[in-house]
Design a binder for this molecule. Structure first.
Ligand code: SF4
Length: 374
């Protein structure tokens, strides 16, 4: 995400919002950030080598909610299989979700797939360098749009992802949760004023790197920080209370039995999750509320009932609820019918057999692996 332009600190700001009173000179802030970037910033990430709107979009979407180290192998596999908007648009949703399996937040993958289709259908495969058009694409918010415009097109747009938000909240000493709408409005105004007229891509990358490498959530390295001289949180000894945590709301707890029906050929039954579920489009074991529903599911598949084996329950947490899951294994010697063939798959537990291309959530992958050891 580094532009070819190099080495100018002749920075200017020509935006009316620069009238906002800052507790420090803007140029000093920008210069310190860029000087630090020149020495310590990340310049060899896979998506920085030959940045294109497509590679920046894929990396930015993957980096939402996920750290660079986790994203890198997923990004490399994704770009190898789908090297362009056209390749991604032509893929099936199963192929896309398979490559996303384990990365979580699967709506990102579905939105990316949709965006590729729109770019091909409406813009002839060329990503539009136009904020008003980009912001309408599925799953692209203001910060991701800013990243694409600055990294791929060199346009002067700020970003405000989690790392940048944390740096600004601390530097400005904001003692409210930065995710609240009125604080976000202020932060966007500041972010817009601070972004320089030149070296925009490097500045945006520098702010993300500062947050990821120096101004980290739990152990900020203030003594190595180029902004310590102008940081309110540091000066006031409040680094560990800023950013203020999101007001906690107890997450609801849901419960389910995962029915793992294994046939005599060592295959386990998976169902494609419907359009409304949290794993929609992905594949999972049949979910049951209780033993009665297990009996109904068994009847639907015409499974000869054997003993149910209850495994150790575990909790899987989503952003908006906890899911307490009890896996239940049913070894079946006879299966006489199947519902909706295209939404049902018998998945081989033997790792040496060819696995179908399916999107599998991380807990399902783990349970399949566990079943393979039985
Ligand atoms: S001085 Fe510390 S708290 Fe302030 S921006 Fe730097 S690392 Fe973050």
């Amino acid at each position: 995400m580094v532009s070819a332009e190099k080495s100018t600190h002749n920075l200017h700001l020509h935006h009316p919002l620069s009238l906002i009173p800052f507790p420090f000179p803007l140029v000093k802030f920008q210069t310190r950030v860029l000087d630090w970037f020149d020495k310590h910033g990340r310049k060899t990430l896979p998506w920085q080598k030959k940045p294109t709107p497509y590679s920046i979009l894929v990396s930015e979407v993957m980096l939402q909610q996920t750290q660079v180290n986790t994203v890198t192998p997923y990004y490399l596999r994704f770009i190898q299989k789908f090297p362009s908007f056209m390749a991604l648009a032509r893929a099936s949703v199963d192929e896309v979700l398979e490559l996303w399996s384990g990365l979580g937040y699967y709506a990102r993958a579905r939105n990316l797939h949709q965006t590729a289709k729109i770019v091909c259908e409406q813009y002839g495969g060329e990503f539009p360098p136009d904020y008003a058009k980009i912001i309408k694409l599925p799953g692209i918010g203001r910060s991701t749009a800013g990243a694409i415009l600055s990294f791929a097109f060199g346009a002067r747009h700020p970003i405000l992802e989690g790392n940048v938000r944390r740096v600004l909240a601390r530097v400005l000493g904001i003692k409210e949760w930065p995710g609240s709408p009125h604080v976000m409005t202020k932060l966007w105004k500041w972010a817009l004023c601070l972004v320089p007229a030149r070296r925009v891509a490097e500045y945006n990358q520098a702010m993300m790197d500062l947050g990821a490498l120096v101004c980290t959530r739990r152990f900020p390295r203030c003594l190595e920080c180029p902004l310590s001289g102008m940081c309110v949180a540091y000066k006031e000894g409040e680094v560990h209370v800023i950013p203020v945590a999101k007001p906690s709301r107890l997450k609801p707890v849901k419960r389910a039995l995962f029915l793992m029906i294994v046939d005599r050929s060592s295959r386990v039954l998976l169902e494609r999750q419907n359009e409304r579920g949290v794993w929609r489009g992905l594949w999972s074991f049949p979910h049951c509320d209780g033993v009665d529903e297990i009996n109904r599911t068994v009847a639907i598949y015409g499974v000869k009932t054997g003993a149910l084996q209850f495994l150790t329950p575990f909790r899987h947490t989503f952003t908006h609820f906890h899911w307490d899951i009890t896996p239940v294994v049913l070894q079946s010697s006879r299966i006489s019918k199947q519902k909706g063939q295209e939404d049902v798959c018998w998945y081989p537990l033997d790792a040496s057999r060819e696995e179908p291309s399916l999107g599998l959530p991380a807990p399902i992958k783990r349970l399949i692996k566990l079943l393979g050891t039985f």
